[in-house]
Design a protein around this ligand. Structure first.
Ligand code: F0G
Length: 338
């Protein structure tokens, strides 16, 4: 089974001696989204969605994790460790299980979506529940990794960024060009940093447009947020690790980092599911919410836009309880008029 290390090894820090730990990550679909384009007042073919929820553990984290865990094994590590809003821990737990490493995760209490938690449990990670937010959990994880001599696999680990930059390689390969605008959710700001690295390594400079949740928008506000709040728990982060790198990507690309409200995120989340047949988690809908917000202000981006949908909708089944379906009930064999 070939994953992204095999595919992009000439552009990644690996050698023939690196023991590759893979679950076949990468190679995710880039689908046209003409209904999104139409709703934003753009022509057919103007918007594409990169479906990162189709990675092995259901999020883009697998791109960075295959490399971080492979290199940890190569370096002789006995364990990996991270703090997480849920997807990093699910991915770290899966790759560590495959590599036979211990995996310790620090999770903010009550703020990890059910799907992510179940993955983390089933892959056998050792879970530390922190009575605090992600930023506080990360500070504890950094110290614990040092104490234990475990490899920290948060996106402060440069190997995570190296692996994740392959998303940009795939976009360029599939389109035969770079997009004009790259829309992406921003939490800890690792992924926007990684895509920018990938594009620039190929000589491209799309405008990098990052989207934070309004209640967790430190980069937009220009200061850390002590108590970040949003239904998009994956990006509920008040002090992003890659803050400076994200600003550099924004400025060098003439891009932007803005925010969308939870209501705007949920509207885009529903639109993607109903109109495009694409089920992503709420955080992943933030860039599409951003596109709709710009369209409303008559500032829709001209040219080609790629939105990265970072995680699968099944990650967060709890959120769907907000959307009441109309269910008609009937006895088995009874008549139902439809
Ligand atoms: N989308 C999803 C689904 C995520 O899980 C994350 C981050 C992001 C977007 C933001 O990416 O941090 O690189 O800016 N999740 C991390 C985690 C924090 O612990 O799983 P970022």
């Amino acid at each position: 089974m070939n994953g992204l290390i095999e595919r992009w090894k000439s552009r990644l820090p690996v050698t023939s001696r690196t023991p590759v730990v893979t679950l076949g990550e990468g190679g995710t679909p880039l689908v046209r989204a003409d209904r999104v384009a139409k709703a934003a007042g753009l022509p057919p073919g103007a918007v594409f969605l990169k479906l990162e929820g189709l990675n092995p553990t259901g999020s883009f984290k697998d791109r960075g994790m295959t490399l971080a865990v492979s290199k940890a094994v190569e370096a002789g590590a006995t364990g990996v460790l991270c703090a997480s809003t849920g997807n990093t821990s699910a991915s770290a737990a899966a790759y560590a299980a495959r590599a036979g490493l211990r995996c310790v995760v620090f999770l903010p209490k009550g703020k990890v979506a059910a799907g992510k938690l179940s993955q983390t449990v089933m892959h056998g990670a050792e879970i530390v529940e922190v009575d605090g937010n992600f930023d506080q959990a990360l500070a504890m994880a950094v110290q614990a990794a040092e104490r234990l001599g475990f490899t920290l696999v948060n996106s402060s680990n440069p190997l995570r960024i190296e692996g994740q930059k392959t998303g940009a390689f795939e976009v360029v390969e599939t389109l035969g060009r770079a997009p004009d605008h790259h829309f992406i959710p921003v939490g800890n700001a690792g992924n926007i940093t990684a895509y920018w690295k990938g594009y620039t390594e190929l000589g491209h400079r799309p405008r990098m447009c990052g989207w934070q949740a309004a209640g967790a928008a430190p980069i937009v506000l220009g200061r850390p947020v002590k108590n970040p709040k949003t239904i998009a728990t994956a990006i509920r982060i008040g002090r992003p690790v890659s803050w400076t790198a994200a600003l550099a990507a924004r400025d060098a690309s003439n891009g932007s980092i803005e925010s969308v409200t939870d209501a705007e995120i949920l509207a885009a989340y529903r639109f993607l599911a109903r109109e495009e047949g694409v089920f992503c988690e709420p955080s992943s809908a933030a860039p599409v919410a951003g596109l709709f917000k710009l369209a409303k202000a008559r500032k829709a981006p001209q040219g080609l836009t790629v939105c990265v949908l970072t995680g699968h909708g099944l990650k967060d089944p709890g959120i769907t309880a907000r959307f009441k379906p109309r269910i008609r009930r009937v006895k088995a064999g009874g008549r139902i008029v439809l």
